[in-house]
Design a protein around this ligand. Structure first.
Ligand code: OAD
Length: 252
């Protein structure tokens, strides 16, 4: 279904008058790069069970299995490039203050496109932390080796187990990132892009933005539980529609 011109014009007009715009992204933003989403027909949760691979219990039971899965995901993402959606957001943010990106993605493609200060709700595939929170180690550290040199990797400080610095099911989000996202949701225009909006607390930022009076937009080729709650739903892929919106906003 082609996106209606009126809807696009309305969004561009709102973006033009907005002082603050916040974009919440999900796996759909990286789909065009070849990174698998979680819940689509080819989604990761169709072939893998989250309780076997993405919980602290799973890691305690079989750290090697969990790390093999993360190593496979790191290898897949390392072979992907940022797409137009990542590039457009990075270029938009570089034009000056006003745009904040909150992401649920752990792939690091926003950062690889040049976006700085991304609010990362679910951590990063490229960071590790000490499983036993040893006193010597920092909260997390970067490790971009692909494939990993050793599975499971060790904490360089206490030589115990290291874990992926991502948020697993049943774990709390980093309070610092949540506080930043909370502040960013109090904006003039809030857009949810490429997310199924079923995972909380991430999905709840839309309602916070609405309560604050933000104009809300969803970009997703499919309907989601929040489609009926946004002011405008643009049913199109992020990599095409973000480009169209930003060209309308900043014509060269
Ligand atoms: P999902 O896989 O649940 O949803 C991806 C969404 O992207 C779907 O609604 C698709 O319709 C949409 N989509 C697909 N291709 C698109 C495109 N080219 N442009 C725009 N949208 C597109 O992924 P998330 O919503 O990100 O959490 O999942 C949320 C969280 O659930 C993830 O961060 C992960 C997962 O369990 C943790 O690991 C903690």
């Amino acid at each position: 279904m082609p996106v209606e011109r009126d809807a696009l014009d309305q969004v561009v007009a709102r973006l033009r008058s907005a002082k603050s715009v916040t974009v919440l992204t999900g796996a759909g933003v990286s789909a065009a790069s070849g990174v698998p989403t979680f819940r689509g027909p080819e989604g990761l949760w169709r072939s893998f069970k989250p309780e076997d691979l993405a919980t602290p219990q799973a890691f305690r039971r079989d750290p090697e299995l969990v790390w093999e899965w993360y190593d496979w995901r790191r290898q897949r993402v390392a072979a992907c490039l940022p797409n137009r959606a990542h590039e457009v957001l990075a270029a938009w943010a570089a034009r000056g203050p006003g745009l904040t990106v909150i992401t649920q993605n752990v792939d690091g493609l926003h950062e690889r496109a040049g976006l700085v200060d991304v609010i990362r709700l679910h951590g990063s595939l490229w960071e590790l932390s000490c499983w036993s929170h040893c006193r010597q180690s920092p909260e997390s550290w970067r490790d971009e080796s692909v494939p990993l040199v050793q599975i499971p990797p060790a904490c360089p400080w206490c030589h115990g187990l290291a874990r992926p610095a991502v948020v697993w099911f049943g774990e709390a989000l980093d309070p610092g990132q949540v506080a930043r996202a909370d502040a960013a949701a109090r904006c003039d225009v809030f857009m949810v892009v490429g997310t199924s909006s079923v995972v909380y607390p991430a999905a709840g930022f839309l309602d916070l933005a609405r309560a604050h009076g933000a104009f809300t937009v969803e970009i997703n080729p499919d309907e989601t539980p929040v489609t009926s709650r946004v002011d405008v739903a643009l049913r199109a892929p992020a990599e095409t529609i973000l480009d169209t919106l930003v060209t309308g906003l900043h014509p060269s």
